[in-house]
Structures are given as structure tokens and as C-alpha cells.
Design a protein around this ligand. Structure first.
Ligand SMILES: [Zn+2]
Length: 418
């Protein structure tokens, strides 16, 4: 157990460096690290970790190696120049429990930038909120990991177990960044992932599949439109059938622990649609990009089979291919030491009990739990509009979450006076 005196020193150290932490988070947000453009932010992360004296590791994601793993999500982009960065703290004496502090640096597209109140990469602080794409999801968390570890050392303490600080890409589309870190050999007794979770702990979350459906048409001149077959019209039928599968899966929610109380846990999102060549030809093709959710315990293979059956039942000329996430969901089993330690740290930081909840979104936690047997604590700050316009994260929440993580490190890994 961390002593009360150590605790006070750690909490004070988080406060003392919080302006710096905000400044660093703003630097992260000002890197437009959308998919396949993470090199700049990984340079920044490498320098930040290295300057703290951590043992550094940086390597390119390897599709050939990842492809053989059941948790791999097929990638539609090349991994040339796409790196993971890990900084490891090695204790002089190793007698505690080891830890991974994980965060992703990739962010989702901005959408039309003119609809934002200010530039998505401006990282403005207004009335206690920090704005920008990736502010909540999850650059505030990435910085919180780093500054939580700083606070321990600024308090004159050294952790007594190894800590791996991981900065990964690909969380928003495949999960292959964290998977690559696992395959690299990184393991620990627990992992903390400070995703924007409203100051709560994720108890369960869905798995996700990405796929593309291509509907084929028969192009004709519109004067003989009746002899053609319109792929765009047919795409509506496909989407209608997928909505029915979504309804069926939602109707089964009560047989999945932690999902029965959710209104609509399974969401199929039609995230993109493209088709046809121009107005005066009956369209020969239409592509639909789909994100579908699945319950924990349902394998990606099983779900994919049901999706394909649903598509074939339309009897339309179509093909379907996997284009990203092929990921199962996970449940954090109740009563783990890791959870109890986090709950105690949260109580000291927030002065209230730690709540847990189920989220219908994807999280990299599944990589560590399903394939590494590592309890995943996904826990992080209050945010708004992640994946939307004017994304923002609440700074007081970030401060308290950072304190929780710092106290968790101290208790979980153990600390000694330097
Ligand atoms: Zn995220």
C-alpha cells in the first residue's frame, strides 16, 4: 500500500505539472494524426519518452506477421513507415506488479472542417475544455499516462516494477497497433488505457467488424432504363437487410451479460457509400462501407458468417470483403486486484466510488485481455463529440484521471523513496 505521505506528494506533483501537461496535450492535438499520418506524432512521442530516460523501442507494423493472428484486422493501407513506439521504465529492484500504460495516437477524420467552430487542430482551451480532433479520443489520455509516471518520479519515488508506455496507431480502424505490441512480446500484470470514458471504468464492450459490400449493376442508357439494373437502388435493399440483422442481434441483448440494460447495443453504421459514374448511365456499381458491432463471446468468424448469409439471402449480385476490424468484444471480470487497486486510487482522486459501465464501442483492451490474459482497465476523462464536430475534453476531469493513474501506478507497481 502506498502511504498517505507518498500519496500527498504524488497528488501535489500532478498539480504542479498540470500546465505543462496541458501544453503537451495541445502539442499532440496539433499533429493531424489521421490514419497513415502518425509518423510526426510518433516522433514527438519518441522524444517525450526518451527525454524521460526510458528504454526506447520503435518498430514498423508488419502485416505479414500480424496477418496470422486471429485478432488481426485486414488493412486497406500499407504499413510502410507506420510505427509503434514504446518506452520502458526498468526498476533497480523488481518486486512489484508490472504495468502497461497504453494509448493510441491515431484520430478519426474531421469531416468538413468549415463546420467546426475553429480548426480541428487548433487545440484551443476555452472555459475549462480543451478542443480539437483527438482531444478526448485520446490524446488527453496519452499525455495523462506520461504525466502520471512523471508525478511518481517528481514526488521523489521510484516504481518497483517494469512499466511499458505504449503509443500505438491503428486503434480506430483495425486494432493492429496494440496487437503488434503484444506480438513484440510486451506483457504485464495489468494494462491501463485512458480512453474518454466519463471518469468510469469499462466493464464490457462490443467487438467490431468492418466490411465493404459491392453491389453490381447492369449499365444501360437511361432511355432503356428498364433493361438495366441500378446498383445504387439495389444498395438500399442491402442496407435494409443489414438493418434487419442488426434488429435481430439487438433483440438478443438480454442473453449477453452487461448488455441487457442498454437501449441499442448493436449498431451497424453505414459509414461510406460510393457508386455510379455519372447521371446518364444506369450505375454499374455501388460500394457500401459498414461497421457492425458484435457481443463479447461471439467470435468474429461466427458474426461474419451471419453477415454473409444475410447478404446472400438478398439474391443480389454482390460481393463482400473485410476491410478493417475483425475484433471480438471483451468483459473485464469483476473483482480483479487490478480493478480494486484502480477503485481505491479513483476514490482518493475523485472522492467518490468508481462506477463501471458497458460501452457499445470498440476498444484495444480486447487485445490484451483476449490474447494476453492481461486485465484491461479502460478508464478515462469526460469528453464530448468524439468522432464529431468540436470534439473536446474537460480539463479538471483530465487532472483527476491523471491523479488516479499516478496513484494506481504507485500502488500496483510499488514505490520506494529515491
Ligand atoms: Zn479511442
Amino acid at each position: 500500500m502506498t502511504t498517505a505521505q507518498h500519496r500527498d506528494r504524488i497528488l501535489a506533483a500532478v498539480d504542479a505539472a498540470f500546465d505543462q501537461q496541458i501544453a503537451f496535450t495541445r502539442e499532440l492535438i496539433s499533429c493531424p494524426s489521421t490514419r497513415a499520418r502518425e509518423a510526426g506524432i510518433q516522433d514527438l512521442m519518441y522524444r517525450a519518452l526518451e527525454s524521460r530516460g526510458l528504454e526506447m523501442d520503435r518498430w514498423e507494423l508488419d502485416s505479414a506477421e500480424l496477418r496470422n493472428h486471429p485478432g488481426y484486422g485486414p488493412s486497406t493501407v500499407t504499413y510502410d513507415g507506420m510505427d509503434n513506439v514504446v518506452g520502458t521504465y526498468r526498476p533497480a529492484a523488481d518486486r512489484g506488479r508490472s504495468l502497461i500504460l497504453n494509448g493510441h495516437v491515431d484520430v478519426v477524420p474531421t469531416g468538413p472542417e468549415e463546420t467546426w467552430s475553429r480548426g480541428p487542430w487548433d487545440a484551443a482551451v476555452i472555459d475549462g475544455w480543451l478542443y480539437g480532433r483527438g482531444s478526448g479520443d485520446m490524446k488527453a489520455g496519452v499525455a495523462a499516462n506520461l504525466f502520471a509516471l512523471d508525478a511518481i518520479r517528481a514526488a521523489g519515488l521510484d516504481p518497483t516494477a517494469p512499466i511499458h508506455v505504449q503509443s500505438v496507431p491503428e486503434e480506430e480502424c483495425t486494432g493492429n497497433g496494440s496487437l503488434a505490441a503484444l506480438l513484440r512480446g510486451y506483457s504485464a500484470d495489468a494494462v491501463v488505457i485512458p480512453e474518454p470514458e466519463e471518469n468510469m471504468l469499462v466493464r464490457a464492450n462490443v467487438g467490431v467488424l468492418w466490411f465493404k459490400v459491392r453491389v453490381s449493376g447492369r449499365p444501360t442508357h437511361p432511355r432503356e432504363m428498364g433493361e438495366g439494373f441500378n446498383a445504387i437502388d439495389a444498395a438500399y435493399t442491402v442496407m435494409g437487410e443489414l438493418r434487419q440483422l442488426e434488429d435481430r442481434w439487438n433483440s438478443e441483448k438480454s442473453s449477453h451479460p452487461y448488455f441487457g440494460d442498454l437501449d441499442h447495443p448493436i449498431n451497424f453504421n453505414f459509414g461510406g457509400i460510393r457508386g455510379g459514374d455519372w447521371p446518364s448511365s444506369v450505375p454499374a456499381w455501388c460500394d457500401i462501407d459498414v461497421r457492425a458491432a458484435i457481443y463479447p463471446g461471439v467470435s468474429a468468424d461466427e458474426a461474419w458468417e451471419q453477415v454473409q448469409e444475410c447478404l446472400h439471402a438478398t439474391r443480389l449480385p454482390l460481393t463482400a470483403e473485410r476491410t478493417g476490424f475483425y475484433a471480438e468484444g471483451y468483459v473485464l471480470e469483476e473483482g480483479s486486484d487490478a480493478e480494486e487497486t484502480l477503485a481505491a486510487a479513483h476514490r482518493h482522486s475523485f472522492g467518490s466510488d468508481l462506477q463501471s459501465f458497458t460501452t457499445p464501442g470498440y476498444l484495444d483492451g480486447r487485445v490484451f485481455t483476449l490474447y494476453g490474459g492481461i486485465p484491461s482497465l479502460v478508464y478515462g476523462p469526460v469528453s464530448e463529440a468524439i468522432h464529431g464536430f468540436d470534439e473536446r475534453v474537460e480539463l479538471e476531469s483530465v487532472r483527476k484521471v491523471t491523479k488516479t493513474i499516478a496513484l494506481f501506478i504507485a500502488d500496483w507497481c510499488g514505490v520506494e523513496d529515491r
